[in-house]
Design a protein around this ligand. Structure first.
Ligand code: NAP
Ligand code: GLV
Length: 322
C-alpha cells in the first residue's frame, strides 16, 4: 500500500505531527504562514488521505468535493465546527471529527478572566499605568462593579457553560441558564433554567456558550438588546456572529451594557474600529483554549482521530452529521 498523506492546513503543536509520522503517514504542511484561501484549500486537499484543519479554514462544499474520493477524514483542531459544511461531508462520505472536552476548562477560565477584567476595568487601569498617568492611590479611581453575589446568566449550558457555572460557586453568584433542555448538573449547582428574555432581564453578567448555528446566529439581536438589564456585562467566548455587533456597540455607548468582554467577533479577525475605541470593552484575539497543555491535547486528539480512521477503525470524536 502506498504511503498515506495527511494535509495539516496550518502549524499545530509538534506532538500531533509526531503521532501522524509514527503511524507511518507523510505529513504535508501548509508552507505559508497564513491560512489557505478557499480556492487554495480546494487545491491542497485534492491528493491527500486526511486533513487536519483549524476553525478558520473554510471547509465548504467546494473544498470537500475536491477532496473526494481519496480523503476519508477531516479532523478539526477545535470544538466549534461552523466553518465546515457537515451536510456536504456526510453526502460525500467524509468523516468529520473535533476535539470536545479537552478545551472546556481553559475556555471557562478565560471566560472568568473576561468577567473579572470587565467588571474591575483591568484593561483601562493597565493602559493608564503603562501610559505613565498614575500619580498615586485614589479613592475614586477605576471604580468597577462587584462580581461576587451578582447574577450570572449562562446562555448554552453545555460543557463550557456548565464549567463556567461551577466556577461561580466560589463567587456566591445566583445562576440562571438558558438551554434547549434541562441540565441536571446545572440544577445541582443551584442554577435555574429560564426563558431567554427572563435571563436577559435579570442577569448582571450574560455569558454566551452556544455553538454558532442557523438558530443562534444573531441570537442577541436588536430585540434581545432591548431586554438586557441596564448596566449588565456581556461576555462572549463562543462565536462572534451570535451577537449583532452594531447593536452591541450601541448598547455599550448608551450604557445599556456597562461593558463587554470579547474573545470572538463577527467576521474576525476584522474588528469594528468603533468597538476598539470603547474603553468599556476588553478585546482578546480568540484565545479561549490557548494554554500549552490544552493546545497539545487538541493536536493529539485530531491526530488520533486521523490515525483511527486511516487505519480502518471508527473515528474517536465524530461530529454527528445533524
Ligand atoms: P456543547 O457542550 O455542545 O454546549 C453547547 C450548548 O449549547 C449545549 O448545551 C446546547 O444545548 C446549547 N444550545 C445549542 N443551541 C442552542 C440554542 N439554540 N439555544 C439554547 N441553547 C443551545 O459545546 P461546548 O464545548 O460547551 O462549546 C460551546 C461553544 O464554545 C463551541 O461551539 C465554540 O463555538 C465555542 N468555543 C470557543 C472557544 C474560544 O476559543 N473562544 C473555545 C472553545 C469553544 P443542548 O445540550 O440542549 O443540545
Ligand atoms: C475554539 O473556538 C473552538 O471552537 O475550539
Amino acid at each position: 500500500m502506498s504511503e498515506m498523506t495527511v494535509l495539516v492546513t496550518r502549524m499545530i503543536p509538534e506532538i500531533g505531527v509526531r503521532i501522524l509520522q509514527k503511524a507511518g503517514f507523510r505529513v504535508r504542511m501548509n508552507p505559508q504562514a497564513r491560512q489557505y484561501r478557499e480556492g487554495e484549500l480546494a487545491d491542497a486537499v485534492k491528493d491527500v488521505d486526511a486533513v487536519i484543519c483549524q476553525l478558520t479554514d473554510p471547509v465548504r462544499r467546494r473544498v470537500l468535493e475536491a477532496a473526494v474520493p481519496r480523503c476519508k477524514v477531516i479532523a478539526t483542531c477545535a470544538i466549534g465546527f461552523d466553518n465546515i459544511d457537515l451536510q456536504a461531508a456526510n453526502e460525500l462520505g467524509i468523516v468529520v471529527t473535533n476535539t470536545p472536552g479537552v478545551l472546556t476548562n481553559a475556555t471557562a477560565d478565560l471566560t472568568w478572566a473576561l468577567m473579572l477584567a470587565t467588571a474591575r476595568r483591568l484593561g483601562e487601569a493597565e493602559r493608564f499605568v503603562r501610559a505613565g498617568a498614575w500619580r498615586g492611590w485614589g479613592m475614586l479611581q477605576f471604580l468597577g462593579a462587584d462580581v461576587h453575589a451578582r447574577t450570572l446568566g449562562i446562555i448554552g449550558a453545555g460543557r463550557i457553560g456548565t464549567a463556567v457555572a461551577r466556577r461561580a460557586a466560589g463567587f456566591d453568584m445566583p445562576i440562571l441558564y438558558h438551554s434547549r433542555s434541562d441540565k441536571p448538573e446545572m440544577t445541582k449547582l443551584g442554577a435555574k433554567r429560564v426563558p431567554l428574555p427572563e435571563l436577559l432581564g435579570q442577569s448582571d453578567f450574560i455569558s454566551l456558550h452556544v455553538p454558532l448555528t442557523d438558530n443562534t446566529r444573531y441570537l442577541l439581536n436588536a430585540d434581545a438588546f432591548q431586554q438586557i438589564r441596564r448596566g449588565a456585562i456581556l461576555i462572549n467566548t463562543a462565536r462572534g456572529a451570535i451577537v449583532d455587533h452594531a447593536e452591541m456597540i450601541e448598547a455599550l455607548r448608551s450604557g445599556r451594557l456597562a461593558a463587554a468582554g470579547l474573545d470572538v467577533y463577527d467576521g474576525e479577525p476584522a474588528i469594528p474600529k468603533e468597538l476598539l475605541e470603547l474603553d468599556n470593552v476588553v478585546a482578546l484575539p480568540h484565545i479561549g483554549s490557548a494554554t500549552v497543555s490544552t493546545r497539545n491535547r487538541m493536536a493529539e486528539m485530531a491526530a488520533e482521530n486521523v490515525v483511527s480512521v486511516l487505519h480502518g477503525k471508527p473515528p474517536i470524536n465524530p461530529i454527528p452529521p445533524d
